[in-house]
Design a binder for this molecule. Structure first.
Ligand SMILES: Nc1ncnc2c1ncn2[C@@H]1O[C@H](COP(=O)(O)OP(=O)(O)OP(=O)(O)O)[C@@H](O)[C@H]1O
Length: 923
């Protein structure tokens, strides 16, 4: 679809992306002061917080870009560094009502331990493969430097004196170091002997790294020379390794004590002063950023809050700090395992964290639960799917006290967001309250429209008055756009011209995996060190690539959307979009990886019509017809007498049978569980077909002492010494859960009695109520899915229109020039988030002369196949579906021929031709 050879890329040289050395003839208005804070403008009156906004005496930055005013100086020295500069927050002292109630805490108890009775748990999910561990790594020594930098500049980036050259900050090298290792092997670290217990009793890298100065002082004061165990060696006084460790232990203990005292003080009175002290002790920062203190206080007062801050504005701190103060566990729900791992890594060493997700081994799950039981975990990251797991819910609700539930990337809760996750629908306030006894929820996002926010706040029962919202854009990102006729060539030109050629760390976003591989090797061939990153690359290699990028050993990473959410690499200087993002939310999220150190960073969007058409086609790949939904419902409720029993639906075969994608089936099932009527209860997904061999004891003998084996013999089909059975059927026959059955099979395997293999991943559920009217239910569900599809299409159109506007329509008046479009794009983005942008026209064709004739020929030449209008329209748009895979259908020359014609128009044409065809057949 892409034409990489038909352009010389001349438009790039005609409209250079940005050359800081050669300002345009008409420079935009003067840049805002170097140290202006992030704007704190509220968007809609209805969404204003109930509390008075924190007074901010500083001037609001202009939305105009910040081009250089002089042609000669280096770009970095002249650019306005504009992220927050706040030396203090002027908040009124916290009121009695805002301070935490005395009963909230036990004054005598140390906050470092949660009070829980002992707990027996079952392993939660079988066949899993992640290792998480708390270990300092060989790079940990760098954290001292990075923290010194952060401490010195804190949120004062852009202070008047010229900045020193940007120091490299390694990301993910401190705090709770967690290594995702799909082989379950641990990584070896040079300094692994230096791990120590933190104040909660779990191991982490030393907190001394945060407070070097303080510790030096303590060293002099607290430890007499005589206590030092020193030895003379070649005239040098050398501290023994033992002594160093002893000293480090002493310092860490001292720091822990200080932090514990500060946290207790904040627990007793959540005043600005106490919270600031804690912030300073733990993070070394001098002040809170805009919105942080407000959110932290709200949460500490036990009130749920919706926090909308720009990417990189410091949302994580808004739950990390309360986690230290609150007595119970903080549960953080995140949409991606990679994101959870990054967040766990970034926890300060004094906050012991843990992670539970479906890709962990049983041992890892057990280890985390054990730590939870011991109170050695203060912040637990969980996937939303975990809330499906009855065992998890019962362990957590009966044994632990949860102070706070954090829903990160909370827009995923809403189907009107760009990234709806059905499993997030489960996170209803009622469920959290009923099952986990949690009253306080902190929902956080950087990208949400008003509709999305309303949906999230209603699901999580967050009052409108508790919305804390700052503008969803950072001011230090310079946005440029160009329409490209040959994106590969244009990308290379961009990379070889200023300012990109000077940038040391760049992310290039592509839409498709194959593109990332192609582009990275193309760049390497052109002497630009680059590596690709996408979910098709083995996890081990992916995390290696991320490490290399974070340690600046790779300059450019070429990635799909799989890379970056939550990535906190401070010095990414540029983000280039090689493909059009699917929505403005996605665009904002991805450019948000740049300039997290507050320095001016460059974001260029290359776009073309072909990619737009291709993406728009893909938007229709999840659509379903009412009759397909009806058939699906009939299958789901096939066994109407199965109340309380485990039912299953094998994903792959069901998907092919109904021509519905697996994700869409999950969305439908989740709606049947969480919609107005609860028709079913979802259970964890499972491989349901088992093939088993007996080894030691004879099956009959074993069946006499083991009821699971007895049930297997009854319900299985024996073939050549192997026993083939359906796991839910066997579990139902003896009234146990499928997970219990899996665990018992594992035990028999460990004893050497059996070996077995499982296959056929299935959705599992129990029926609560059989719908009375399948027709109206399928009509209702189809309408809902179609609205979601329309919403996605509109998002793409809005993104495309914004790019087209910038490249072709913008009059380049209010600060836009050349390909620089920061002001007009910012305006579009903010208008979109506030939903005052009604510009949703699209570029799709509404008719074509040969369309009907082509469909007719296509139907005639495939007369042996049964089609429906949607299937024909998909083939004409070049979209594969479960029943019409691309492997087969891309061979027809009609495949993708009409991508520029509106999908609905195609469906109508296909319907008419199918009716014609059926009429002729009938004659
Ligand atoms: N008060 C503060 N002063 C200085 N730096 C801060 C402050 N609060 C947070 N930071 C730093 O800001 C960086 C970004 O924080 P964080 O990762 O929490 O951002 P975020 O809002 O979650 O972004 P995203 O939505 O992109 O994930 C971190 O390196 C963090 O240490």
């Amino acid at each position: 679809m892409e034409s990489d050879s038909d352009s010389d890329g001349s438009h790039i040289s005609a409209t250079p992306p940005r050359d800081p050395y050669h300002p345009p003839p008409q420079p935009p208005p003067p840049p805002p002061p170097r140290h202006s804070p992030i704007s704190s403008k509220k968007s809609k009156p209805s969404l204003k917080p109930k509390k008075p906004p924190i007074p901010n005496p500083k001037p609001k930055p202009s939305l105009s870009p910040s081009p250089p005013t002089s042609p000669t100086p280096s770009p970095l020295s002249t650019l306005p560094f504009q992220i927050l500069r706040r030396t203090s927050d002027h908040h009124p002292p916290i009121s009695a009502a805002q301070t935490l109630p005395a009963r909230h805490f036990s004054n005598s108890a140390s906050f470092s331990k949660l009070n829980k009775p002992s707990l027996n748990f079952e392993p939660l999910e079988p066949n899993t493969t992640v290792t998480d561990h708390f270990q300092s790594n060989s790079e940990a020594t760098n954290s001292t430097n990075s923290h010194r930098i952060v401490k010195r500049h804190s949120n004062l980036i852009g202070s008047n004196p010229p900045l020193p050259p940007a120091k490299l900050r390694k990301c993910g090298n401190e705090g709770n170091f967690v290594k995702l290792n799909l082989n379950g092997k641990r990584r070896k670290f040079a300094n692994k002997g230096k791990t120590r217990r933190n104040i909660y009793g779990s191991y982490s890298s030393s907190s001394r790294k945060f407070h070097r100065k303080k510790k030096r002082k303590v060293e002099g004061e607290g430890e007499g020379e005589d206590e030092k165990n020193v030895c003379e060696e070649d005239g040098l006084v050398v501290e023994t390794e033992q002594e160093k460790q002893k000293q480090e232990c002493g310092r860490a203990k001292f720091d822990s004590q200080l932090i514990e005292e500060a946290a207790l003080a904040a627990r007793n009175e959540a005043s600005d002063e106490n919270l600031l002290k804690l912030l300073n002790l733990v993070y070394g920062y001098d002040s809170f950023r805009d919105g942080q203190l407000e959110a932290i206080k709200m949460v500490l007062a036990g009130e749920s809050a919706m926090l909308v801050l720009p990417t990189g504005a410091g949302k994580s701190l808004c739950y990390q700090l309360p986690a230290m103060v609150l007595p119970g566990l903080t549960l953080v729900v995140s949409p991606l395992v990679a994101l959870m791992i990054d967040q766990l890594r970034q926890l300060p060493p004094v906050i012991p964290g843990g992670l539970l997700c479906s890709s962990q081994t049983l041992e890892e799950v057990s280890e985390t639960l054990r730590k939870l039981q011991e109170g050695a975990i203060k912040v637990l990251f969980v996937s939303p799917e975990r809330f499906l797991n009855a065992e998890f819910l019962s362990v957590v609700s009966t044994n632990l006290s949860i102070s706070l539930v954090v829903v990160d990337e909370a827009h995923c809760v809403s189907e009107w967001s760009h990234n709806f996750r059905p499993s997030f629908m489960r996170l209803r306030a009622s469920m959290l309250r009923d099952r986990l006894n949690v009253g306080c929820i902190l929902a956080m996002t950087a990208t949400a429209t008003v509709t999305t926010l309303n949906a999230v706040m209603s699901a999580l029962a967050i009052p409108q008055t508790n919305l804390i919202q700052k503008e969803q854009l950072r001011e230090n990102l310079q946005l440029s756009v160009s329409l490209s006729g040959n994106r590969m060539k244009d990308l290379l030109m961009l990379m070889k011209s200023s300012p990109f050629k000077e940038v040391k760390s760049i992310i290039i976003y592509c839409k498709f995996q194959s593109e990332t591989d192609l582009i990275s090797s193309y760049l390497c061939d052109n002497n630009i060190s680059a590596k690709s990153y996408h979910s098709g690359i083995p996890a081990k290699n992916r995390s290696r690539t991320q490490e290399l990028f974070c340690s600046n050993k790779i300059r450019v990473i070429v990635a799909t959307v799989a890379f970056g959410m939550g990535l906190d690499k401070q010095d990414v200087g540029a983000v280039i979009h090689y493909s059009l993002p699917e929505s403005l939310e996605e665009y904002v999220q991805e450019i948000g990886r740049a300039g997290r150190d507050g320095r001016l960073s460059y974001c260029h969007l290359l776009f073309d019509d072909d990619t737009y058409f291709k993406l728009r086609s893909l938007m229709h790949s999840e659509g379903v017809d009412e009759h397909a939904v009806n058939k699906f419902l009939n299958q789901v409720f096939n066994d109407k007498n199965s109340h309380g029993k485990i039912c299953s639906l094998v994903k792959e075969s069901a998907s092919r049978m109904f021509d519905i994608k697996e994700e869409v089936m999950l969305t439908l099932l989740t709606n049947l569980e969480l919609g107005e009527v609860q028709y079913l209860r979802l259970l964890p997904q499972l491989n349901v077909t088992c093939t088993l061999n007996f080894h030691k004891t004879s099956p009959m003998l074993l069946a006499e002492i083991n009821r699971v084996v007895a049930a297997i013999l009854k319900k299985s089909e024996a073939k050549q010494g192997q026993y083939l059975f359906d796991i839910p059927t066997v579990a139902n026959s003896i009234g146990i859960t499928a997970i219990d059955l899996s665990n018992q099979l594992q035990n028999l395997k460990f004893k050497g009695e059996i070996t077995y293999e499982v296959k056929d991943m299935a959705f599992c559920y129990t029926i609560m109520k059989v719908p009375g009217d399948f027709c109206s239910l399928s009509a209702h569900l189809t309408k809902w899915l179609s609205e979601v599809e329309t919403c996605k299409v509109r998002k793409l159109d809005t993104m495309f229109n914004a790019a087209v506007f910038a490249a072709n329509v913008c009059e380049k008046k209010h600060g836009c020039f050349g390909s620089q479009h920061t002001p007009c794009l910012q305006k579009k983005i903010l208008g979109y988030f506030n939903e005052d942008d009604s510009d949703i026209s699209n570029k799709m064709g509404q008719s074509s002369r040969f369309l009907r004739a082509d469909i007719k020929v296509f139907l005639q030449s495939n007369s042996h196949v049964k089609f429906n209008p949607r299937a024909v329209a998909r083939i004409m748009h070049g979209i594969a579906s479960p029943s019409y895979p691309s492997m087969i259908w891309s061979k027809t020359h009609f495949w993708g021929r009409y991508t520029q014609i509106d999908f609905q128009v195609l469906m109508e044409a296909a319907k008419a031709e199918l009716m014609n065809y059926a009429g002729k057949e009938a004659l």
